[in-house]
Design a binder for this molecule. Sequence first.
Ligand SMILES: [Cu+2]
Length: 238
Amino acid sequence: MKTTISRPARLALVTALLLTGGMSGAAWAMDHSAHAGHAGHAAQDPHAGHAAHAAASTAVRRSEATLEPAAVNMLSQDGQRLDFAKLLDDGRPVVLNFIYTSCTAICPVTSQVFRETRELLGRDRNAVRMVSVSIDPDHDTPKRLAAYAQRFGQAGTWTFLTGSQADSVAIQKSFKAYQGDKMNHLPVTFLRAAPGKPWVRLDGFASPNALAAEVQAMLAARPAAARRTATTVARAQP
Ligand SMILES: [Cu+2]
């Protein structure tokens, strides 16, 4: 399961697929084209299908939105009860996604991307708050989340959250990411530089390079005082 930092980032997604296992290239392609709605094209012309798949793999749609994260209490992978809004407002830029631990298609990839993003960030990884919210909280107990966190490296400032079904849905809705059924979920990542700033929404499979670049830009844009504070916080809570 161990990846090296020096591994070329362009291999990151391939690495993710190999490491997370259980998915052949064909299954991946099928899953992908189904999500992107290109299955029909493939039936008419296999080459068009391939092209569509390649485009779907790399196309990430970036947008910005002002969101009001749900005011709910959640449980971390350590069983700690956390105020969701306070966690997001801890002074660090935030990178957030939605996962469930029994997912075999999208979440193993996006979780591996988060892990590789942390590796790319190096020491800056502790200046960022990463949050993965379970969309299957009844199944995803803190214990299961802890095992999942372990699978994707030391959690550090990457917090996994579960709670009641209602609170998980409230969070998903507050991010306009509620798909109704966990089986319908799509890859989407949210980033925010600081409280009160707009959220950046990335629809699609963002690469570790792209996420690390977004985070670095957010870290660089902060006033020097905020950078010092975040470093102090990062040292105090590794
Ligand atoms: Cu998933």
